[in-house]
Design a protein around this ligand. Structure first.
Ligand code: MN
Length: 212
């Protein structure tokens, strides 16, 4: 059952597609472990941290991440790591789908072509950012605080929503997201990612972000 990212609470949402839906680009075994173990651990640990200030359980994880410097100091680090892990993964699942072409009838594709000088240039830049990123983190396409499209990376489980950015698309660069199938071949994983982007959902995020 699909969920809307703005409704995300502290519980682990169901994966919005079958575990094998992204084969062969993302394999079933990876998806099971990634969602049922890794994502679940972030959600569970986040709840454990926020229970120290139970009144905050009435908020949404996104609210806490967007106001990370205003929440109690003793849980800031836990919210940043586990809240980021929970929200980032929940967002990631929503932008994955096979067989959605980046048609330039979509507003976001037109905007990408304009910003990056062509869709291929965008792919190249997103790929380079992903392949050269050191360690564990994420690559993002965001609308930045100036209203511009930007490719960024975040380390660990840091989330762009803590930086007043509006995410449109992301790619998990942690080894747990590709090691079973791709082993050390991050570049193979990254190049295959372009087969499973849900451009229709990315377009919805773009229209919300720029107020269209
Ligand atoms: Mn992950």
């Amino acid at each position: 059952m699909a969920y809307k990212i703005e409704d995300l609470g502290f519980e682990l949402p169901d994966l919005p597609f079958a575990y094998d839906a992204l084969e062969p680009y993302m394999d079933e075994e990876t998806m099971k472990i990634h969602h049922d173990k890794h994502h679940k651990a972030y959600a569970d640990k986040l709840r454990g941290v926020v229970e120290k200030h139970k009144e905050l359980l009435s908020k949404k994880p996104a609210d806490l991440l967007m106001n990370i410097n205003l929440i109690p100091v003793d849980i800031q680090k836990g919210v940043r790591n586990f809240g980021g892990g929970h929200w980032n993964h929940a967002f990631f699942w929503t932008v994955l789908k096979k067989d959605i072409k980046p048609e330039n009838s979509l507003e976001v594709i037109k905007a990408i072509e304009k910003k990056f000088g062509g869709f291929d240039k965008f792919v190249e830049q997103f790929t380079n950012s992903s392949n050269t990123f050191f360690g564990s983190g994420w690559t993002w396409l965001v609308v930045n605080k100036y209203g511009e499209l930007e490719i960024t990376t975040t380390a660990n489980q840091d989330s762009p929503i803590s930086l007043s950015q509006k995410p449109l698309l992301c790619l998990d660069l942690w080894e747990h997201s590709y090691y079973i199938k791709w082993r050390s071949d991050r570049a193979g994983y990254v190049s295959n990612f372009f087969n499973i982007i849900n451009w229709e959902q990315v377009n919805e995020y773009y229209k919300e972000a720029v107020g269209k």
